[in-house]
Design a protein around this ligand. Structure first.
Ligand SMILES: *Cc1c(COP(=O)(O)O)cnc(C)c1O
Length: 381
């Protein structure tokens, strides 16, 4: 509606994300690979999946990658391979995409939520130990927005209590923590390749990474109907296999991931410079870990009004995430433990994601900055 009222000379809206801009330079290479798959008629698993798995494992600094059909499946596969089931507790955060928690619920286990740190909006590792009980089996840290959870203290708590660690790296492809690739630090790392992620397919896809041979073998069986050998089913399996076309797209795009992440960092730095005096909370530029800016999330108590002002100026924004998982209706039907999650609740009210994607022009970004500064002026002190 707003668009229709706009005058002809108004600049085009700034999209939240522009995948066409990301894909333009590699469109030909991708289409060539897809034509190859079509001519072979080999659409599920096969050599393209194996090739991508090998390259992605190497990229993540691990022995094995197991491709699958989504990030949610990856988390479910990882927790299943660790034999997590009814009666077990898994500690994670409530400020995340719900897919993190689906994996826990699919296993019949109980999610236990720990609050997030106010500055980074990721798991507050200092509160972790008090959430551990005799039933706790695993911790699922979420590297939200592209920044690393503080993994050193987390891993030492996990080892001390004999807990498995499954990293949700769905927003953190290519991120490093103290020089180590994210996903390689815990027992298993889980990735989503949903199109909008830092590394995205042309459809649904995901993967787990690990250096544990037995866990990798177990996950390979689980994703393929629980069969170690065709038509021999030793355990309850799933159809979580990866499409060949998705693997081929990801194989081409993997070459560009580091460059795209650098572009994201440059854009984030520019936002920080331009918006330093705007009176909104900006993401910390952490020295502890790099940040690959899957999302650039600002904070303000009047978030909804700012969002509306930006919308009127044709700037698209996002909310990641407006309702914490522990407050979702579906969770009332499941057993879960939540303490007081005050930072989680306030982040959900205050977070606002600004447009940021590889290939975003300086001009586009400048329009976002000017619009945000004008919006803040308009709201008054
Ligand atoms: C995207 C995402 C998932 C789920 O991935 P899908 O591929 O959409 O199933 C899980 N956790 C986080 C943090 C995500 O951003």
């Amino acid at each position: 509606m707003l668009a229709m009222q706009r005058k002809d000379q108004d600049p085009a809206p700034v999209p939240f994300m522009d995948l066409a801009a990301v894909h333009a330079p590699l469109q030909e290479r991708i289409e060539e690979r897809i034509r190859g798959i079509a001519s072979l008629s080999s659409f599920v698993m096969g050599p393209d999946v194996e090739r991508f798995e090998a390259r992605f494992a190497e990229y993540c600094g691990v022995e094995f990658a197991v491709g699958c059909n989504s990030g949610t499946s990856a988390i479910h596969m990882a927790l299943s391979a660790l034999d997590i089931g009814p009666g077990d507790e898994v500690i994670t955060v409530s400020h995340t995409f719900v897919g993190t928690v689906w994996g826990v619920l699919y296993c019949g286990a109980t999610p236990v939520f720990v609050d997030v740190d106010a500055a980074t909006m990721t798991m507050d590792v200092t509160q972790l130990e008090e959430r551990i009980s005799a039933r706790t089996r695993a911790i699922v840290p979420v590297h939200l927005y592209g920044q690393a959870v503080d993994m050193d203290p987390l891993m030492s708590i996990a080892r001390k209590h004999g807990l498995a660690v499954v990293e949700d790296a769905a927003q953190a492809h290519g991120l490093r923590y103290k020089g180590r690739p994210i996903g390689s630090i815990g027992d298993i790392g889980c990735f989503s390749f949903y199109p909008g992620k830092n590394l995205g397919a042309w459809g649904e896809a995901g993967a787990t990474v690990t250096s544990d041979r037995d866990l990798a073998a177990r996950m390979r069986r689980l994703r393929d109907h629980g069969q170690p050998q065709r038509y021999h089913h030793d355990e309850l399996g799933f159809n979580y296999r990866m499409d060949s076309i998705q693997a081929a797209v990801l194989d081409v795009k993997l070459d560009y991931l580091d460059d795209w992440n650098r572009q994201r960092q440059v854009l984030a730095d520019r936002y920080r410079q331009r918006l330093g005096g705007a009176g909104v909370g900006l993401p910390e530029s952490s020295t502890r870990a790099e940040h690959v800016y899957h999302l650039f999330v600002i904070r303000h108590a009047l978030r909804d009004r700012i969002r509306q002002e930006l919308d009127q100026r044709a700037i698209q924004t996002g909310l990641h995430y407006p309702v914490p998982v522990h407050r979702q209706k579906v969770l009332t039907r499941y057993d879960c433990r939540t303490g007081l999650l005050s930072n989680t609740d306030s982040v959900a009210r205050e977070c606002l994601s600004l447009p940021l994607y590889p290939g975003m022009t300086v001009e586009c970004q400048e329009r976002v900055c000017e619009s945000l500064l004008a919006a803040m002026d308009h709201l008054g002190p």
